[in-house]
Design a protein around this ligand. Structure first.
Ligand SMILES: O=C(O)CCC(=O)C(=O)O
Length: 283
């Protein structure tokens, strides 16, 4: 075996933890022209809605599986939502959402936004009940204290498990706000809010720099979504999946999900365990 020679110029790109090669950035089966067309809107508006990516059967199965798992009837504050249920750390209990988290089209978009071995930052089911107020507007990667405007350090999907309608709490967003500097939306900006009205099974995909929030639910029924947030491979994830998901479960997941959960390396050795690739603790 030839030992690598590391220089000051190559230190940040050398795979010093070695052995397990990344499969990131190799999304077979998705035409690159489709990804390019979607990314054009993501880059100009900060978001895209991909209609009917998932079937009604998949959404119904996800709903049936997760409804029974909610541990609380409501959130703890107006950001979580006082009439909203949230299911965190889903993968420690169920893998029903895994195909949505690693869908090749979503991975294809993320491949264009982040360096290889980007991470899952959090995964939740959010069920907004009738009479919920609008969530405070925010952008998802705002906890990385870096001045704006800047590149996105996060990106997210919001998958409509129910139809998102005009009145049931569809996510609201300000197109183009991913390019703003360090400011919060004013009254004039709020006139530009749009609702992500979309049929069940559709996906709202947006950059972590885009201002958005859960909508007010003025309808008669609840609005459920699955949301996955991803981050650049050198950023800290919101949920500490190494602690929340037992290794025995992680072993049963696909290579892509394992990589997203942090069983991967950002060169030269971010994510290592005792200097080695983290997959060595799994196998
Ligand atoms: O439920 C939604 O539509 C958005 C929720 C959201 O943005 C959040 O909780 O960070």
């Amino acid at each position: 075996m030839t030992l690598p020679t590391i220089t000051s110029a190559t230190i940040t790109t050398s795979d010093l933890a070695g052995r397990y090669k990344s499969t990131a950035g190799t999304q077979d089966g998705i035409d690159s022209s489709i990804i390019a067309a979607l990314m054009e809107q993501v880059n100009s508006e900060g978001y895209i809605i991909i209609e009917n990516l998932f079937s009604h059967d998949e959404m119904d199965a996800l709903k049936a599986d997760t409804l029974a798992r909610f541990k609380h009837g409501a959130g703890r504050n107006n950001f979580e939502g006082l009439a909203t249920q949230r299911l965190y750390s889903m993968m420690s209990e169920t893998d029903i959402a895994n195909p949505m988290v690693e869908h090749p089209l979503i991975m294809g978009l993320l491949d264009k936004i982040f360096e290889p071995n980007y991470l899952l930052s959090q995964l939740q089911v959010i069920n907004i009940h009738p009479n919920e107020a609008a969530q405070p507007l925010h952008y998802d990667d705002g906890f990385y204290p870096w001045p704006r405007p800047r590149r996105a350090l996060g990106a997210a999907t919001i998958i409509a498990v129910d139809d998102f309608t005009e009145d049931n709490g569809a996510t609201v967003l300000i197109p183009g706000s991913h390019e703003w500097g360090d400011r919060i939306p004013n009254a004039k900006d709020k006139t530009k809010l749009i609702k992500a009205v979309m049929p069940k099974g559709s996906v709202l995909f947006f950059l972590g720099t885009l201002w958005h929030g859960g909508g007010a639910n003025e309808g008669a029924s609840s609005r459920m979504c699955l949301t996955a947030q991803y981050c650049a491979p050198f950023c800290r994830t919101q949920e500490n999946f190494s602690l929340s998901i037992p290794k025995a479960r992680v072993k049963t997941f696909s290579e892509t999900i394992q990589r997203l959960l942090g069983y991967s390396i950002h060169p030269p050795f971010m994510g290592m365990v005792e200097g080695k690739h983290p997959k060595r603790v799994l196998y």
